[in-house]
Design a protein around this ligand. Structure first.
Ligand SMILES: Nc1nc2c(c(=O)[nH]1)N[C@H]1C(S)=C(S)[C@@H](COP(=O)(O)O)O[C@H]1N2
Ligand SMILES: [Mo]
Length: 264
């Protein structure tokens, strides 16, 4: 993957608009995000170009919805990108039993840590959405996703006041780097975590998720780019800091130079 994004027209439009109009609006945009903006990494983020996109989305409304499509728009082929299948013995064992023994761990700054089976996740209210996935490599695909909202899962665990981010720990090692990093992970702020379209998807196009698409569970965070859509999610950790994970930038690709806030 190269560092350079292949911008969609929408992305260019937003950036141009930001350049012309954002000066002076400053920190007031964050309004309700005061606790978030105290996190050390946010002080860096907010001063950067990436911070402009971040603030813009908050200005437009933390709950602005990503576009949803109709069944007629579904892509005939949804590409599998990055890891094709996690290559650990643990994952192979889950796969053998059809993920019957798999549990999603929810912990960190929660009131009550949870271990949720697929049946537990299916028993929660389900959201179905047809959305477009945009990869920085320049391809897009429209798919129909189903699962509980991340918000409902976090509510059942209870969010401690100090929590600022949700981290998604994945089953796969994208690479095994000399510094010990390379296990895939991603993170989002609690505004995106509680966004109504942020779901833990266990179905794509009316079928259980295939291994390629992230079985048994993946994140859909629809206002951000493809690499934020963590597949093979094993554990969700609420935390107040990202600098101690991986190489400290909040995600596998952010650790390798991509933006942490990958707004579309
Ligand atoms: N665990 C994990 N999640 C991941 C990746 C990965 O390699 N491992 N690749 C990311 C990238 S770059 C993209 S574009 C999407 C691809 O999802 P898809 O294979 O369902 O199209 O997954 C994202 N999430
Ligand atoms: Mo991607």
């Amino acid at each position: 993957m190269s560092r350079i994004l292949l911008p969609t027209p929408k992305r260019i439009g937003r950036r141009k608009f930001l350049g012309l109009s954002m000066a002076g609006l400053g920190a007031t945009l964050l309004g309700g995000c005061d606790r978030l903006s105290e996190a050390p990494q946010f002080l860096d983020l907010l001063g950067s170009a990436e911070g402009l996109t971040y603030r813009m989305q908050r200005l437009l409304g933390g709950n602005a919805l990503a576009r949803e499509f109709s069944a007629a728009d579904l892509s005939p082929d949804f590409k599998v990108n990055g890891t094709q299948a996690p290559d650990t013995p643990e994952y192979a064992a889950f796969q053998e039993t059809g993920f019957a023994n798999w549990r999603l761990r929810v912990d960190g700054l929660v009131v009550k840590p949870l271990d949720l089976s697929l049946a537990d996740l299916r028993a929660l209210p389900q959201r179905t959405q047809i959305t477009r996935h945009d990869c920085v490599e320049g391809w897009s695909a429209i798919g129909k996703w189903q699962g509980p909202t991340l918000g409902d899962v976090l509510k059942s665990a209870g969010v401690q006041p100090a929590a600022r981010f949700a981290v998604f720990h994945c089953a796969d090692f994208y690479e095994r780097a000399a510094d010990g990093t390379g296990q895939y992970y991603e993170s989002i702020d609690l505004i995106d975590a509680f966004h109504p379209q942020t779901i833990l998807a266990h179905r794509l196009n009316d079928e259980p998720l295939s291994v390629g698409h992230g079985a048994p569970l993946r994140l859909r965070v629809e206002r951000q780019l493809g690499y934020k859509q963590a597949r093979y999610v094993m554990r969700i950790e609420l935390t107040d800091r990202l600098d101690l994970l991986g190489r400290g930038k909040g995600g596998f690709w952010p650790d390798r130079g991509y933006e942490w806030y990958a707004g579309i």
